[in-house]
Design a protein around this ligand. Structure first.
Ligand code: BEZ
Length: 214
């Protein structure tokens, strides 16, 4: 596990795989269908920070579904451990994990996605999030260490921003949330510079920085 792993990057095609999960064996590309996916890893079952994270993903599963997004988790644990932890979370936190959890005991998927960072731990996956679009392109990566739980508001915001940018050919500024003004792509020609100057619907700061409401 100490060998450097390939790290898929933004813009790469998400590696396909077949894996054992709490919802049976699945092949990622088939399971994904035409949805967005959040593929995330956690360090280990029956650990405190992970329990808060996985239960919160479950509480928000309808919100992710409204964003046309499926969830799938992974750790280097056995299927029996996953199933037992799932039952335990039901009992202690009153939440049902409705998404599949990959039992990646042989580290096949973790290695494909560069989820093991040996400087942090050579035996467990760090807290990774891969946002994958319906064409199976990796659109964003988030990595957190073992001792800091992720911010799911931010993961939802990230997906909303990506989907908004795709649908409206725009970018999103710092701390953007739904309903805020978006960034007009910077001009690439003199003509586009001139068009932006007189544009009534743009909030103009300079030729390269214009915002607009959607
Ligand atoms: C946790 O989820 O609490 C945790 C897991 C692995 C290492 C450290 C913390």
């Amino acid at each position: 596990m100490d060998e450097p792993q390939p790290m898929p990057r933004i813009g790469d095609t998400a590696p396909d795989f077949t894996a054992v999960t709490t919802q049976g064996e699945l092949t990622f590309s088939k399971w994904q269908g035409d949805k967005w996916v959040v593929l995330f890893s956690h360090p280990a079952d029956f650990t405190p920070v992970c329990s808060t994270e996985l239960s919160e993903f479950a509480r928000r599963s309808e919100s992710f579904a409204r964003m046309n997004t499926k969830l799938i988790g992974l750790s280097i644990d056995s299927i029996h451990s996953h199933l037992a932890w799932r039952e335990n979370l039901k009992q202690i936190l009153d939440v049902e994990l409705t998404y599949p959890l990959i039992a990646d005991l042989d580290t096949k998927v973790a290695s494909l996605y560069g989820m093991i960072h040996p400087g942090e731990s050579s035996t467990v996956t760090v807290r990774t999030v891969f946002v994958i679009d319906p064409k199976r392109t990796i659109r964003a990566l988030v990595y957190y260490p073992l001792n800091v739980g992720r911010n799911l508001d931010e993961i939802e915001r990230l997906i909303t921003a990506l989907q908004t940018a795709d649908a409206n050919a725009c970018a999103t500024p710092v701390n953007w949330t739904k309903g805020d003004k978006v960034i007009v792509p910077p001009p690439k020609t003199e003509q586009e510079v001139a068009e932006r100057e007189g544009h009534k619907e743009y909030e103009r700061f300079d030729f390269y920085l214009n915002k607009r409401l959607l």
